[in-house]
Design a binder for this molecule. Structure first.
Ligand code: LLP
Length: 429
């Protein structure tokens, strides 16, 4: 059973009708399906059954505590890239020894915190960072567990802005420098090399792209072992692609067979960092049509109350999120429309020349597959608050993150003392 289904013509998340959630919580509203998240986690875990593989959910895809906790309950570890994500993973119940800490720019404070809580490993992205980690660990009398993030120089089949494994990308250490870095490691007593790491990009559906990278990583792994480093883990990153509209979804079972085959002789524990694959299809963004505007040349703009501040993927990557009605309408005639948000930017557009039964003001539509990099990348731009977020689990519903009132958006700001007294909202009450 999928997370989002039509029953009696009404779109449901798990066993809850979306129109009820709109009535109770308003729009824009992110709704998540615990059932879909669990099904995805279990399918991935089943593909690696019988192996000691660790799945570290990449919090960047959706760091909302209730989402992280749902996956934690299934046994997921966490891939975090900031102190904020680290605290969230811990707060959601993920044990430090199941957390990997990545990122090209970890601050001293972040390294210190990761060492203090005892994360599984720090994924180190440069020789400069290796020295930094070594110093911070030495100052505390600790030995930091590190994995080297290597750049396998593979151009994955994906959007340019989310490919990370090419030579010119800012991520990782060039593979051919491995020998040199191992020499540096020999001189550092406060770091211990526990593994290697790579991540070639996001939204990749071609098994062969991963295969090229993983085969190179297996070679690097053998090289490091032969050089006298008793590695334990091979962290192969995330990037598992999903179907947004009509693309090919990554064949998870074929992916798993390939990954296990390429690494079979290494005796390494595999670690993966899936984000999107686990949560994208488990989320939808519900948004109300404010009005339908007729522009020049009779262009019809459906203006909705979610904008690029709510879901930035269409504006940023040209991403397409299918738009579905909450209630199926029998034999409605199709119109050609642009679906746009209320933000004052021309790029605040979700779909152009879309064929839709013409919505009316007040109708609610669902942007599908919005569970990953949706709420996570939202902002308060134009001082429009973020969408509320709710989770359905079977017939249960929980508010994960309430919406803030306009004045709450600046409640922690201060006007300089020399400009006070400022106008307060109560002055207008
Ligand atoms: N591991 C590392 C080191 C990463 O950089 C990422 C994503 C992941 C794991 C998780 O990748 P996933 O399994 O979710 O593909 N905002 C973009 C995606 C950016 C991905 C950044 N790194 C989007 O909306 O498509």
């Amino acid at each position: 059973m999928r997370g989002f289904t039509y029953r009696d013509g009404l779109l449901h998340v798990d066993d809850v009708a979306l129109d009820r959630l709109v009535r109770d919580h308003g729009t824009p509203l992110y709704v998540y399906s615990a059932r879909e998240m669990r099904a995805r986690y279990r399918r991935l875990a089943a593909a690696f059954a019988g192996t000691d593989t660790l799945f570290c959910y990449a919090l960047k895809a959706n760091p909302t505590l209730g989402v992280v906790a749902t996956l934690a309950k299934e046994g997921a570890g966490a891939d975090v890239v900031s102190a904020g994500e680290l605290e969230r993973a811990l707060a959601a119940g993920i044990a430090p020894e199941r957390i990997v800490f990545a990122g090209v720019g970890k601050s001293h404070g972040e390294i210190d915190r990761a060492l203090a809580v005892g994360v599984l490993q720090l994924n180190v992205e440069s020789v400069e960072e290796l020295h930094m980690v070594a110093e911070r660990a030495a100052a505390r009398g600790l030995v930091a567990p590190v994995a080297l993030r290597l750049n396998p120089d593979v151009a994955a089949t994906t959007h340019d802005k989310i490919a990370t494994g090419r030579r010119h990308d800012k991520f990782g250490i060039a593979g051919e420098r491995l020998g040199e870095v191992l020499d540096v490691l020999r001189g550092l007593s406060s770091v211990r090399l526990v593994g290697l790491h790579c991540h070639i990009g996001s939204q990749i559906a071609v098994v062969e792209d991963f295969e090229r990278a993983y085969a190179r990583m297996a070679t690097f792994y053998r090289t490091a072992r032969a050089a006298g480093f008793p590695l334990e883990r091979l962290n192969l990153g995330g990037g598992l692609g999903i179907r947004y509209v009509d693309e090919r979804e990554l064949d998870i079972e074929a992916f798993a067979r390939m990954a296990l085959a390429v690494t079979r002789d290494l005796g390494a524990r595999l670690v993966f960092e899936p984000g999107r694959y686990l949560v994208a299809a488990a989320g939808a963004l519900l948004s109300r049509v404010i009005l339908v505007k007729t522009g020049s040349e009779q262009r019809r703009f459906v203006v909705v109350d979610a904008g690029m501040n709510t879901l930035i993927r269409p504006a940023m990557y040209g991403a397409v999120h299918p738009i579905q009605p909450l209630a199926v309408r029998a034999e409605a005639a199709l119109s050609t429309v642009d679906v746009v948000g209320p933000i004052c930017e021309s790029s605040d557009i979700f779909a152009r020349d879309l064929r839709l039964p013409l919505p009316a003001a007040g109708d609610v539509v669902a942007f599908m597959n919005a569970g990953a990099y949706g709420a996570a990348m939202a902002s308060d731009y134009n001082s429009r608050g973020r969408a509320a977020e709710v989770l359905a689990d079977g017939d249960r519903v929980a508010m994960l993150k309430p919406r803030l009132e306009p004045v709450q958006l600046f409640a922690d700001e201060a006007v300089p003392a020399w400009l006070r007294p400022a106008v307060r909202p109560s002055d207008f009450a």
